[in-house]
Write a protein that binds this ligand. Structure first.
Ligand SMILES: Nc1ncnc2c1ncn2[C@@H]1O[C@H](COP(=O)(O)OP(=O)(O)O)[C@@H](O)[C@H]1O
Ligand SMILES: [Mg+2]
Length: 309
């Protein structure tokens, strides 16, 4: 078997506390992510999503476990991994275009000035930021425009892994919808692997190949990996007509509303080294998730027997 592009093995984060026992935020996180896959992770605030993302980025270290990308252990930040945070981490004194060229120059120091500008401009164009807006500084741009710059910059350096931490969390619903579809368009033209945190289940269904569900902290873990087999290209207006859309959505909402709490602090039933339970739709006997063994037996397109739950 070939190695997955990204392997997360036994990741855990524990903080010592001055009084009392140490605090374990999450533990036993085991994941395999394939090249070109779009993975979203959902879980309540404080369960450790950002910490996991920062460990993948090499910006934070885990207490236990390791992250291996392309066969090499992640140890520190690298231009192979691009990160987009919620609060548009742009350099305020540079124009939108210069924010992108700055990163492109760092990535390809030998490129000519023209080549850097052309490449940067192409990515700003992909996110619809041209016609003068590219020369404005961050404070002269709306939140949505600033986030477009961040996305253009992250894609422009063509990282092997793109890490997005609630990138649209601060945007209004309308702008968010537009940028989600832009992100999908840019991503589908590349073979970039994306790991994205979101708290928006509709956003996750629209974007992801797989959605990871985390239990509440402390001692959080990734309990399930829900496979999203809705055909691509996807659009917000059309995916709701997919026969599995509402079953998937209900499963995610139900996990967040009740099971994330019920499962808090419990161990993976398949053992500490096991990857999260795989859930696929249509399931037999919804809402109970199918086990990996059962999932392979259930042919895609098989009728859902009791979708009422
Ligand atoms: N220095 C620290 N000491 C103790 N706990 C910490 C420290 N830094 C972060 N935490 C805890 O780690 C948890 C995970 O944080 P974070 O990864 O930001 O979660 P999320 O992104 O899921 O909201 C939080 O509950 C926070 O209280
Ligand atoms: Mg966070």
């Amino acid at each position: 078997m070939t190695r997955p592009f990204l392997e997360v093995q036994g990741l855990g984060k524990t903080y010592p506390s001055p009084q009392g026992p140490p605090l374990t935020v999450f533990r036993d996180v085991n994941l395999h992510i394939q090249k070109g896959e779009f993975v979203c992770i959902i879980g309540h605030s404080g369960c450790g999503k950002s910490t996991i993302l920062n460990v993948l980025a090499g910006l934070d270290t885990a207490t236990t476990g390791a992250v291996i990308m392309d066969g090499q252990e992640v140890a520190g930040p690298s231009l192979d991994r691009g990160v987009v945070f919620q609060n548009y981490s742009l350099l305020p004194w540079l124009s939108a275009l210069k924010n992108v060229t700055f990163a492109v120059k760092a990535r390809w120091p030998r490129w000519s000035r023209d080549k850097v500008a052309e490449h940067s401009y192409k990515y700003l164009e992909m996110v619809g930021l041209t016609g003068g807006a590219e020369h404005r500084k961050p404070h002269q741009l709306s939140g949505g425009m600033r986030q477009r710059v961040s996305i253009a910059r992250a894609f422009a350096i063509q990282p092997k892994l793109l890490l997005l931490d609630e990138p649209f969390g601060a945007l209004d619903a309308l702008t968010r919808g537009v940028i989600q579809e832009e992100l999908l368009r840019v991503w589908s033209g590349t073979n970039q692997t994306v790991f994205m945190i979101t708290h928006d289940v509709d956003e996750a269904i629209l974007l992801a190949d797989r959605i990871l569900l985390m239990t509440n902290g402390p001692e959080a873990r990734v309990a399930e990996a829900v496979s999203i087999d809705i055909p691509r290209p996807r659009q917000r207006t059309s995916i709701i007509h997919d026969p599995n859309y509402y079953a998937i959505r209900n499963h995610l909402v139900e996990f967040l509303a009740t099971r994330s709490k019920e499962l808090a602090g419990t161990a993976n039933p398949d053992g500490d080294d096991a990857t999260p339970q795989v859930v696929q739709f249509p399931t037999q006997g919804f809402p109970r998730p199918v086990t990996p063994a059962a999932a392979t037996k259930a042919p895609i397109g098989a009728p859902t027997s009791s979708a009422k739950g």
